[in-house]
Design a protein around this ligand. Sequence first.
Ligand code: GCV
Length: 697
Amino acid sequence: MMRGRGLVNRLAMMVAAMLVSGIAAASARAEDGYDLWLRHAPLDGEVLARLAAFDGPITVDSADPTAALAVDELRLGLDRLRGAQVQPSDTSKPAAFQFECDHRGVKADGAFRVTSSSNQVRITAGAPIGCLYASYAILRELGQGADPATLALDEAPAMPLRMLNHWDNPDGHVERGYSGRSIFDWWHLPEKLDSRMIDYARANASIGINAVAVNNVNARAFMLEPRYIAKLKRLADAWRPYGIRVFLSARFSAPKDIGGLATADPLDPAVQAWWQAKADEIFAAIPDFGGFLVKANSEGQPGPQDYGRSHADGANMLAAALGDRGTVIWRAFVYQAEDTTDRTMQAYDEFVPLDGRFADNVIVQVKNGPLDFQPREPFHPLFGAMPGTRLMLEAQITREYLGQAIGVAYLAPMWKEVLNADTGRGGAVSDIVAPVGMAGVANTGSDRNWTGTHFDQASWYAFGRLAWNPALTSEAIAREWTALTFTRAPEPLRRIAAMMAGSRDIVAQYTAPLGLAHLMGTGHHYGPAPWVCDLERPDWNPCYYHRADRQGIGFDRTAAGSNALAQYAPGVAARWADPATIDSKYLLWFHHVPWDRRIKGGDTLWERLSAEYAWAEINLRARMQGWEALRDHIDAERHAAVAADMARELKDARWWRDASMAYWQSVNGLPLPSGARPIPEPLEAYKARTFPEAPGQ
Ligand code: GCV
């Protein structure tokens, strides 16, 4: 009896202590991924002991709401890191964490400095947002096991605009979304604000994201109506303390669609007045409104060319309406149905002649490659080719063409590939976009873990970290994210980060080997369909891109073909001009190569193509075994979820290989290379597969 009562009392005391510390929910909560990289798993051992000396209060010199959040976030994070050992801070002691959020010596753009001594951490920032970023940075360091007594950070964001673009529709469907429904509850706004909106803002602020375009670039004009402005205002007010400005995707024809005008011609004074009044109305509700994101004259969207005007005419008209209050982000993702010699060349052809003609508050947003977020593309030739225009990089975090939240594809290596690419025209892509910014097409949704798979959180994280500092390596970011999200134990951490590092290459290997592109299913973009050749627009057909015939495969973009190579600086073009020397990952992007041509490494093209698929399968199996070996280091719920993701990816990779090889064989008439696994089903069986249930369409 006595012993039993003693145990009950001890348990009661533990529960009380947990409630005091505010961690009850955290420790009781299953690891379902909702907390992202902000779970702040309790420290132990020596690292925890080092934190004990920092038991004085947290002080701040500012009454600003963002400064208050900096304190709250740090306190919450420290409490969680201290786990069951947390004590209320000793207010008789000097400050353990001292914030100065209005420090003249630090820039006000979010920069901060952190210095520390044996029992005190001092944070200085030029503005409260710098203090908030510093809180997250301190927690990031401590969460990786850093010694609080030796913290020394001096950081500033490399890019002014660090933005997420949501392709979320007002009805809750997300275009190219694979993680549930939209996180935005337009139905209940503005009266009700879902608490997820705050968690979303925290997650974004913790990685430095400072702008969000809330709606699809395939925009609905009614989102500019007063009732939507009221909804947007509620979001803007909620996110302001986290340093996040809202942007709206604007439909160019809105003056006609909802404004009662007969035209949306950007040179028409009535149209100009309509946008001016609209901008004034939005700024009256949301003084720090970011501006408009516009997809114009692309894939059926309206635009200035409908009136014989240029992209610059359209963008500048909107820019004048915003004035110095906001920014127009004008997308360079354009291609016309009529001009189909080589779709990858159209943006360059349309935009380069407009260089220098965009207003100062216009940014042209350029996808990483010239086609469309394929698993692998060379960098977009517009980077470096428009020195008189502010260009920002558009990346896709959601995996439209990279497996759609199935399996693992960590995308930082892909973005680093483009950021590091030397344009041959005065710097790397990162040099060109760093003064402006980077946008990522969001992969968030209503799924409990936000992103469909646990590992897809890593790409969201990495996107923010790279926009903050493009010099970070994808490996370092993977290690950081793994420590915060899964485990700090060095060996499992090393193995997980290594798995992540090669994951995108594996997807490219089985969906787009050797520089092939756009081989996926029509509409939903899921799975292989290289056989599709008869869609109404030539440049929507996989055949248009792979150009496979009896002799060979690949798109000739040399001078003998479309000459897209000439859009690159001569030094860059020279690197890719010769099929014998080009990096094989771009071989079939730039060259049409005979099936029997011996390529780098000695195999024939046909043998090598077959081998790429086989290697992908081997890599995926090895990764599954590697994950299985980590079972004891990962909580059961997330371990099982990831194992299931990996199994599905292996199945899909085998399908990609079988269906693709069956089709290539039907074109080239060659036997399978020796040693290749037989193809289990006839080509017709692969062609017959349909996926009406595929999400994101
Ligand atoms: C939002 C690709 C996608 C479209 C997307 C478009 C774009 O074509 O498949 O869903 O539309 O890119 O970036 O505008």
